[in-house]
Design a binder for this molecule. Sequence first.
Ligand code: MN
Length: 357
Amino acid sequence: MSEYRSTTDRSGLAARLRQCRRGVALSHAKPDGDAIGSCLAMRRLLARFGADVEVWLIGPVESALRGVGADDPIRTIDPKAPFDAGELDEFDTILVVDTGTFGQVEPLAEALAARRDRIVGIDHHARGDESLAAVRLVDTSAAATTEIIAGLAEEFEVSLAPAGRGSVGEAIFVGLATDTGWFRFPSAGPRQFALAADLLGSGVEKDRLYAMLEQQGRPQRLALLGRALSSLEVLPWRGDASKGMAVMCLSSEDFRETGGVSTDTGGLVNEPLAVAGVVAAVLLSEPEAGLVRMSFRSAGADALPPGEAECGGAAIDVNRLAAQFGGGGHVAAAGARRRGSLAEVAAEVRAAIVAAK
Ligand SMILES: [Mn+2]
């Protein structure tokens, strides 16, 4: 995985997509709102030109997110089951959205690598695999991949109104709202608010979507939150005891004893950021013994005194921390995965935090 670049611009992408008749839209495993929103937005957008784009989600899929595409046929792919590569041969276009990393599209990675010529990537992440897609548009200034798709709709001269249930605009809003923490994160600036205003004016049902996406969690989520908070430790950041990075752990026993699953942990990593002096947080979780997922979040740049933030949009560049463990993401939100026991990986993460300069 390295920094990767666009191979085309918006009009080049639009020209390529006009050739699509039968396509499939895919995103990263354990999709978030932007991943699902991007897949649905592409399906609904290209339908205007007579293209049939299927949506395949690599599971597990959070139950709340399924509601966004309740009226669209969605296939969920078991991340652990073998995948029959030939199934991809009926498509002239394979859209890979909101990721460009082979490691995030298992178990399809090998099948995709053999069909690179038909792959079109749309992404806002800074890092990915250069070789995954033949045609790619990457815009790291976009707060969500669906924001790039809004630009594509403009290129197609497709109006986002009306933006009610089942619309392109609704899918775009879902990605934009969820990837910006409902417009709280530094990535939500004038451009994102303007797009949101446009969509709201066109009929996006913000309150219904918020209730569906953010207030329909399972009770196990609270049990896991309790466990995560009990495990909390705050390590001094760069030797300054008044500033800290929070570390939380959820072991396979925590998941087993609470009945929780990995999709119940969405957003838990943000909790410590509500406390003064906490400049970043990481949640280490091990839904199954042997594989540890790391989720990093930074507070906004204002959590540190003027001039001390590592970048405009974040106090700490957690993308760099995640990269030390083979992962990536954005400056304020990034993730990684590592094989090993929770205790081993937690020790490595603590050492990386203590050593951070
Ligand atoms: Mn995204």
